[in-house]
Write a protein that binds this ligand. Structure first.
Ligand code: CP3
Length: 351
């Protein structure tokens, strides 16, 4: 009698990748946006004394910080420790991430000349990224690594506003007043996002997520005509690299179908739209990721369990479901609750 040779489990066969492709899974895969970060004491200890954007360019720190939540919580995927502004920083744009504030741009982009003066991202400056990803993939074994980049619109908001903002009014005014320069700006941001993603995929990332966090401030018409073509260009820039593509923004209930049309296999959903309704809006040809309200994790255990159960059940309406929060982990979250959510999602969805 012969037994089949043991095939080592591969990230390409993981529940995360399978759910993203709409294939049957053993358990609903779960990871958390911002799973690496200030909710973890081991992160705060390791980061102490190193600026955020420096840490992102140090392969040792990137590897260790990325692995921390995988070890602690048993999540089904790692997400690279980096930031959406990193490609701009590597290209030479003067940006700092101020703790508790976010990215701050020294010389915001306010004129057509500012757009044309932006430096291009040279791929040969991304060796640190390739090194970190290769090391991570070796350490992670069967657990997939998700690579990511910021979408052109969300990056443009930081460049134009000069920092975080609520209304993104300057950004939208520029978009309306200077349509040609707007298009040139987003075209360039799409090229650099695609470069950043290609390096991660070619170094072994098993999936990619394009964050268009602030796209929800746009109407569907403006999003569809002035933004979506540039997000699509990012995905098109990946060529035939065959890894699942996740696309996410906050407050995008009115845009969900368009976000999918930009070229996603998986549409990320925040907590405002239940997943069964999101599945209806997105259609049967894409999977969903989400969408527990991060604030729920600050409530009592019974509330957490009830809401997790609801998300898992509503997620069954989707072609495939990757459990996540509707946005990033809040820094004050008890990490023990995150570990509990991973266990509960697995238990509720085990076949
Ligand atoms: O675990 C992960 O999710 C991976 C790491 C990750 C970071 N930034 C690390 C980070 C990811 C995926 C991002 C993406 C990112 N960065 C987005 C898109 C996701 C989203 O939240 O919508 C955006 C909009 C940014 C820009 C940015 N960088 C913001 C708004 C902030 C928060 C500022 C603050 O201090 O509250 C950052 C800083 C940042 N990026 C931190 C981390 C861990 C905190 C910095 C620190 O620990 O000192």
């Amino acid at each position: 009698m012969s037994t089949a040779p043991a095939v080592p489990p591969s990230p390409a066969d993981s529940d995360l990748v399978r759910a993203a492709r709409g294939l049957p899974v053993q358990r609903t895969p779960v990871w958390f946006m911002r799973q690496a970060g200030r909710s973890l004491p081991e992160y705060r200890a390791l980061r102490a004394g190193t600026a955020m954007l420096e840490a992102c360019q140090d392969p040792d720190l990137v590897t260790e910080i990325t692995l921390q939540p995988v070890r602690r919580h048993g999540v089904d995927a790692a997400i690279l420790f980096s930031d959406i502004v990193l490609p701009l920083v590597v290209a030479g744009v003067d940006i700092e991430i101020k703790p508790g504030v976010g990215p701050v741009v020294a010389n915001p982009v306010r004129t057509v000349a500012d757009v044309d003066a932006l430096p291009d991202l040279e791929p040969d400056r991304l060796d640190f990224l390739a090194t970190a990803v290769r090391r991570l993939v070796a350490e992670l074994g069967p657990t997939p690594l998700i690579g990511f980049a910021g979408a052109p619109f969300t990056l443009a908001t930081y460049l134009i506003e000069g920092g975080p903002s609520k209304e993104h009014a300057r950004t939208k005014a520029f978009m309306y007043a200077e349509p040609e320069a707007w298009s040139r700006l987003l075209t360039r941001l799409a090229v650099s996002a695609a470069t950043f993603l290609r390096v991660q995929i070619d170094s072994g990332a098993s999936a990619v997520q394009l964050f268009d966090s602030w796209a929800g401030v746009l109407s569907a018409v403006d999003y569809g005509t002035r933004v979506l073509p540039h997000s699509r260009a990012v995905f098109d820039g990946l060529g035939d690299r065959d890894v699942p593509r996740v696309h996410f923004g906050v407050g995008t209930g009115e845009l969900l179908a368009l976000i999918g049309d930009a070229g996603a296999d998986v549409v990320g959903v925040d907590w405002r739209v239940p997943l069964d309704e999101a599945a209806r809006r997105v259609g049967p040809q894409r999977s969903l990721q989400g969408n527990l309200d991060p604030a729920v994790l600050l409530a009592d255990r019974a509330t957490v369990d009830r809401e997790v159960r609801r998300v898992v059940e509503q997620g069954r309406a989707a072609r495939g479901h990757v459990f996540n929060l509707g946005h990033g982990v809040l820094p004050e979250t008890d990490p023990g609750v995150l570990t509990h959510v991973v266990e509960l999602v697995h238990e509720l969805s085990a076949r």
